[in-house]
Design a protein around this ligand. Structure first.
Ligand SMILES: *Cc1c(COP(=O)(O)O)cnc(C)c1O
Length: 458
């Protein structure tokens, strides 16, 4: 094998990037209140805000778009979609939705979460919000290693099984409506969950009679990391690993905007017939008929094909290598990151990188601004701005970590784009003491990071 891992595709269609100058970006950032969510995409050079819905589709996916069967009921595109999902997950009932959160809403709308608990390694924010909206409580039970950015444990996405057991014992089985595992654990640094952990969590749920679901958005990346890191799986195919992993669960929710390699879509899949009937009824009410569920036939085709391509091991090898490459580049430049590399993004530990900026002055957001001014790069803060809450006395309750996430869209950027991002990182690291903190001048009552306005401190 050669040392160089190449992008396993060639480019058939191109989209121009918009080059801007540093002076212009300073002005744009100021106008946007130092909040990158408020900057127009055309003013971004390398957009690493999210890997969700930002994948490049293949020629086969585009061909599928043309073949899409737009029949209201029983479209052939639905059966292709159903077959692609069933061959990986083995679940009996496959329910299409317009994206992941719609699958969550339908699941929680039918399993009764009111005054009950849902347990997860770490809930993604839409999952948590859907549970809380219906009167349930979302509880995160990650292993302790997950909270230490420098810890090299290979499966930092795992759930703490002894905490799970004691939680069930303390609250009583009837108080827990569902246990979930998010693979990979997005809010916990994109870290994978081991098959061993999936088996253990599944066994605890079976013995207590609690349903066990997967939040499967990045199942292929998780399974590739199992192949690389977990003893006993190196000679299995990623598809075989995925099939084994899903066999331990009663169902899953999925955003096809991630490992579906599509720009929109999602699904809910499960084995329980009664629940599936109720869910299809709710689907008809809010998404659409069960053979399209809020999607066009062409979208179902793109997802069916995307799910085949995402299990291609040359693709996954390149995908995981590209994350590792960016992470190594940052580490060499003295930029501390969450270790080991995860499946879809690199997370910078900005509190450790910019110790001269106190957490009240948003070190993560300060770095996000610097990446934009110096390089036109858009990243996202996952820290004090996103999770901090102002108390009535005006003081902030701050989260444990201030991270900056650089999520890599699938099959979109080449290695030279990533080299450019590393070079900008090196440049910032050289003069990092010049980076200034920020203060909030406007915030909304919830999810404040989307609309907040800030100002630099002098
Ligand atoms: C993106 C995501 C979701 C929600 O999916 P949408 O398609 O954005 O609605 C749920 N869970 C995880 C882990 C995600 O990353």
């Amino acid at each position: 094998m050669t040392k160089t891992i190449i992008e396993p595709f060639k480019i058939k269609m191109v989209e121009p990037l918009h080059l801007t100058r540093e002076e212009d970006r300073r002005e744009i950032l100021k106008k946007a209140g130092y909040n990158l969510f408020l900057v127009k995409a055309q003013n971004i050079l390398i957009d690493l805000l999210t890997d969700s819905g930002t994948s490049a589709m293949s020629s086969e996916q585009w061909a599928g778009m043309m073949r899409g069967d737009e029949s209201y009921a029983g479209a052939s595109s639905f059966y292709k979609f159903e077959e692609a999902i069933r061959s990986i997950t083995g679940f009996r009932y496959i329910i299409p939705t317009h994206q992941g959160r719609a699958a969550e809403r339908i699941l929680f709308g039918t399993i009764n979460v009111k005054d009950k608990f849902v347990l997860n390694n770490t809930h993604f924010d839409t999952t948590r919000a859907n549970i809380e909206y219906l009167g349930g409580t979302a509880v995160d039970l990650p292993i302790p290693e997950a909270r230490i950015p420098s810890d090299e444990f290979p499966f930092k996405g795992n759930m703490d099984v002894s905490l799970l057991k004691s939680f069930i014992q303390e609250k009583g089985r009837d108080k827990i409506s569902l246990v979930m595992l998010t693979i990979t654990n997005n809010s916990g640094g994109g870290q994978p969950v081991s098959l061993q952990n999936v088996k253990e969590v599944s066994a605890v749920c079976k013995s207590s009679g609690i349903p066990f679901f997967l939040d499967a958005c990045r199942f292929a990346e998780n399974c590739y990391l199992i192949k690389e890191r977990e003893p006993g799986y190196s000679s299995k195919t990623v598809k075989e690993i995925a099939q084994e992993l899903f066999s331990y669960a009663d169902g899953c929710t999925m955003s096809a905007k991630k490992d579906g390699l599509a720009n929109i879509g999602g699904f809910l899949a499960l084995n329980d017939e009664n629940l599936a009937i109720q869910e299809k009824n709710l689907l008809i009410l809010t998404e659409g008929f069960p053979t399209y569920g809020g999607l066009a036939g062409r979208d179902l085709e793109a997802i069916a094909q995307g799910l085949i391509e995402v299990l291609d091991e040359d693709y996954l090898n390149y995908r995981i290598a590209s994350i590792r490459y960016l992470q190594n580049g940052f580490e060499k430049a003295g930029i501390p990151t969450v270790k080991p590399p995860g499946g879809h993004a690199v997370y910078i530990d900005s509190r450790a990188f910019l110790p001269h900026i106190s957490p009240e002055q948003f070190p993560g957001q300060a770095l996000v601004c610097e990446l934009y001014v110096k390089g036109g790069i858009r990243a996202v803060e996952v820290g004090s701005l996103m999770f901090g809450k102002k108390q009535s006395d005006g003081k902030e309750i701050l989260p444990a970590l201030d991270l900056v996430r650089l999520a890599i869209p699938r099959r979109v950027y080449t290695q030279s784009h990533i080299d450019y991002v590393i070079e900008i990182g090196e440049e910032i690291a050289k003069h990092k003491e010049k980076t200034r903190g920020l203060k909030l001048i406007y915030e909304s009552p919830f999810l404040r990071h989307f609309t907040a306005k800030l100002e630099p401190l002098f």
